[in-house]
Design a protein around this ligand. Structure first.
Ligand SMILES: [Mn+2]
Length: 338
């Protein structure tokens, strides 16, 4: 099946479904939630009963995304009641937060324990990993999952309403770092422009994503910049925050902590002049979490992360180690307490 045929099959499946579950990745970002929102709008328009799930969605932070209150952080009680489970922006089955239950469902049908199970469909723009869905629409050259939804609407001749245009633009803007990253392709820009003409609101998105920094999150930014070390020979920039620093600077339950504040910091560090790789370390629950970013075509940070049991993409990856941080003359060391 080529891309167009896949999008047509997706259309038939969604149109026929009576009960649809939409799933975004755990700790969802704006692209995942805007994708859920757009697909909810579409499936609802076909008359389906729509549920949505994204584990650890931060409270209130994404309320500017239409239908955000539809997305539950509580796992669906029974997956078998759905005709269709549409997984959006998840990267891998693990990121759905439903891995065990989805695998059990697939196995139960294979072993003949259940007569039928929900049809599994995936829309994603992350690099290929394990294929598990019945229909996988994965295109890693797309800037956002909402860009794939745009293609879905176009191929199937569906109208792009103002709400859908807004959702598509949210995913495009946020996943391209507001059109600053290399994935802001000509195609992405052209679609963004079309979405504006269709009524998407640029100021609304900017006010809720760029112009929404809280006082305490800027204090975190300040300390992260203060702690920054740069090795001028290797181009490695490292910063770190201890759990004590984070606790003192950030009020508990701050939504920005969930909404990838540390990801924003490490992305910013990777864009500094002379930096080839940025590494940001932070203590969390007796572990040290590392985030890596690069803008250098020749560097694959996923390979670096794998050395410490982590993983990710060429440009963005992470790992987690047991232990705590210790400051050294040249940077930080992860030491084990025991
Ligand atoms: Mn995405």
């Amino acid at each position: 099946m080529n891309f167009t045929e896949k999008l047509q099959t997706a259309y038939t499946r969604i149109k026929l479904a009576k009960r649809v579950l939409l799933v975004g990745h755990v700790s969802p970002d704006a692209d995942a939630l805007a994708s859920i929102s757009a697909m909810a709008e579409i499936a609802d328009g076909f008359g389906a009963e729509v549920s949505a799930y994204a584990g650890q969605k931060p409270d209130n932070y994404y309320d500017f995304i239409p239908r955000n209150n539809l997305v539950s952080t509580a796992e669906p009680v029974d997956l078998k009641v759905f005709d269709l489970i549409l997984i959006l922006d998840c990267g891998s089955i693990a990121r759905t937060g439903l891995e065990k239950r989805l695998r059990a469902l697939i196995k139960a049908e294979q072993d003949g324990h259940i007569a039928r199970r929900p049809y599994l469909m995936e829309f994603d723009h992350h690099e290929p990993s394990e294929t598990y869905a019945d229909l996988e629409i994965r295109l890693s050259n797309k800037a956002s999952t909402t860009e794939i939804i745009y293609n879905f609407l176009k191929v199937n001749g569906l109208e792009i309403s103002k709400t859908l245009a807004h959702c598509i633009l949210i995913g495009l803007m946020t996943d391209t770092g507001h059109f600053l990253h290399a994935n802001a392709s000509r195609e992405a820009m052209a679609i963004a422009s079309e979405m504006l003409l269709r009524g998407a609101s640029l100021p609304k998105i900017v006010n809720n994503t760029v112009h929404n920094k809280s006082f305490s999150s800027l204090k975190i930014w300040g300390r992260a910049l203060e702690n920054l070390c740069l090795n001028e020979d290797t181009g490695l920039a490292v910063s770190a925050l201890t759990s004590a620093e984070i606790k003192t600077l950030l009020s508990p339950g701050n939504a920005e902590l969930d909404a990838d504040l540390f990801g924003d910091i490490v992305s910013f560090l990777s864009s500094l002049s002379g930096v080839r790789v940025a590494l940001f370390l932070r203590e969390e629950n007796d572990r040290v979490k590392g985030s890596l970013r690069t803008n250098d075509e020749k560097i694959d940070v996923a390979k670096i992360a794998q050395k410490w049991g982590g993983g990710g993409h060429k440009k963005a990856a992470g790992f987690s180690l047991a232990g705590r941080l210790q400051k050294t003359d040249t940077g930080w060391k992860v030491i084990n307490n025991v």
